[in-house]
Write a protein that binds this ligand. Structure first.
Ligand SMILES: Cc1cc2nc3c(=O)[nH]c(=O)nc-3n(C[C@H](O)[C@H](O)[C@H](O)COP(=O)(O)OP(=O)(O)OC[C@H]3O[C@@H](n4cnc5c(N)ncnc54)[C@H](O)[C@@H]3O)c2cc1C
Length: 306
């Protein structure tokens, strides 16, 4: 394992962007949970991102790229390595004809807003998904029958050796909440293509989607959205609810009474509370229905065993 001072020397000598030390993950995750990351790096541009990745990969330094932390459970002990954060310099959105090009660190919302302003239709059902463009691509985020892949043309990625590659949607082989993009590849930007749409109708559809979310989801409490993926032919929320687990609590982590597939942080939940609750839910749902629920949320700092 690379010592912290060596990590700093390695990275600081190679990059130009802002570097923070011992940055608490709890300030960057929608669960409001997570201990410190050794270093937190905001690359200035794509060359800086490439230089940072190359330096870390050459020096054996673990890297994690964070979007907006809205699908993430970060460990109480934090992360021994460098978190790359693209929210500073990779957040532009530009419209050209039917295409929208967006930096990976920007919000999916920013893409949607640009679409609404320009009369470009396609992403309305994604209204209210709080993640970044990069996270949305990585997880093929989706809602109400629409997924990121439906409007994606291609992505620009940076590899651990610093190579910049353009990958088409077909290259990514996107499926329900997963892509074939190698774990170590970082999405720097994405290009989407939309259909012409009527801004008033599009706005109304977004409002309807947001109203449905407010009605069904515990949006006033910290969470990471749906905890488990939809098992084939069923819904994780239904299984959890029918197993009688709404309101089940470990520490300050609780199965939401509003939506059983959400775990909410009702106070100062720790990552281990949430993890224990996830394990408990999986065990009880399996015992009751014989279904193994697969987490949709990602884990950081759990020794990748979670
Ligand atoms: C209230 C609420 C509602 C939600 N509703 C939905 C929903 O309807 N549908 C849905 O799909 N999701 C939903 N989510 C979950 C979440 O918003 C999405 O999964 C989103 O796509 C995650 O994006 P992020 O930027 O927050 O990613 P993060 O949580 O930061 O990261 C998730 C994963 O993506 C990777 N990643 C992030 N950026 C990049 C990048 N640039 N390059 C490569 N990998 C990257 C990370 O390494 C990590 O593995 C919801 C979450 C909340 C809190």
């Amino acid at each position: 394992m690379t010592a912290k001072k060596d990590m700093f020397r390695l990275l600081n000598g190679a990059v130009r962007g802002r570097l923070l030390e011992d940055e608490p993950l709890s300030g960057h995750t929608s669960f409001r949970i997570g201990g410190p990351a050794d270093f937190w790096f905001f690359p200035k541009d794509i060359e800086d991102l490439a230089a940072g990745l190359k330096a870390c990969s050459g020096g054996g330094v673990p890297v994690f790229v964070i979007g907006r932390g809205t699908n993430l459970l970060a460990a109480d002990a934090g992360f021994r390595g460098v978190v790359f954060d693209l929210s500073d310099s990779f957040s532009g959105v530009s419209v050209g004809g039917m295409d929208v090009t967006a930096g990976a660190g920007g919000l999916l919302w920013d893409v949607l807003n640009a679409c609404t302003a320009g009369g470009l239709s396609g992403f309305e059902p994604l209204a209210g998904i709080p993640g970044s463009v990069g996270g949305g691509v990585r997880l093929n985020a989706g809602a109400f029958g629409r997924e990121v892949r439906d409007c994606l043309v291609d992505v620009t990625t940076v590899e651990p050796d610093g190579t910049v590659t353009v990958r088409t949607r077909d290259d990514l082989r996107m499926e329900y909440r997963r892509t074939a993009l190698p774990e170590a590849s970082v999405v720097a930007g994405a290009r989407f293509r939309f259909e012409p749409g009527d801004p008033l109708r599009m706005k109304a559809e977004q409002e309807a989607v947001l109203a449905r979310r407010r009605e069904k989801q515990p949006l006033s409490m910290p969470s990471a959205g749906s905890v488990f993926k939809r098992p084939p032919g069923d819904f994780a929320g239904r299984l959890i609810e029918d197993a009688g687990l709404k309101g089940l609590r470990i520490g300050d982590a609780m199965v939401s009474g509003k939506h059983a597939n959400f775990i909410v942080n009702v106070g100062s939940a720790s990552a281990s509370d949430v993890k224990a609750l996830i394990d408990e839910i999986r065990g009880r749902v399996h015992a009751r229905f014989g279904v193994t629920l697969e987490p949709e949320i990602r884990f950081l700092g759990f020794g990748e065993a979670a």
